[in-house]
Write a protein that binds this ligand. Sequence first.
Ligand SMILES: [Zn+2]
Length: 259
Amino acid sequence: MMCNDARLLLHAYLDDELDAAQSVAITRHMQNCPACTARYADYTQIRKGLAQASLYRRAPDALRKQWSSETPASVVAKPPTQARRLSVPLAMAAGFAAALLLAAPLWFYSQQHPSDDTTALVDDAISSHIRSMQPQHLMDVVSTDQHTVKPWFAGKLDFSPRVKDLASEGFPLVGGRLDALDGHTVAALIYKRRLHVVNLYQWPTTTAAEQEATQWHGYTVIRWTSDRMRFVAVSDVSEDDLKQFVLAFQNDAASPQIR
Ligand SMILES: [Zn+2]
């Protein structure tokens, strides 16, 4: 995880809103990053400060009287205490609206997916794909050469990911990165399809699963297992294009692999 990504998630981390994998990633990042640790300490202080009861004061009677006399008759008709209370839900609504704006893509699909294991993985994969589009998050190793990308993972993972260039099929490999998905540390390979990005995640598994495709608000997620590896491909290309990508990746398994 890079500082930019950590900063994006710090508020959610502070509010305990992250999933387990993201929390672990932030915790690990802060163990080695004094800057983000200091920032986190600042946020904690601010939150504590704002919660102090001493910050809340009852308005002096003179002010309350003045405020009442300047307020339109329709509002004055209500007792002032009630009018004051009204502003709290309003402020909360504004805050909630702002939070919605920030979290819109994630919020919409978590509204519509029931939260079973499969959909949790799909949610996770789409979140990760969206996050990877943030500046400087997409790639840790930039290379169109599978002989560069594959060794880059060595020592960073306890498994050896399958890395293939699919340029001849219209999906050039552009790089890779480490990521976290569904509670696993995973290899993410990045492919391009014209101007679009395809993220392909993989990690070892002991259980076989059917190939499944899910459409969500312009994103397609295809999951499958092969040879004791779990694969999840995510992109905003058309479903047909992503199926073609998956086929190309699977078919290419017949050709000699890089070790
Ligand atoms: Zn940092």
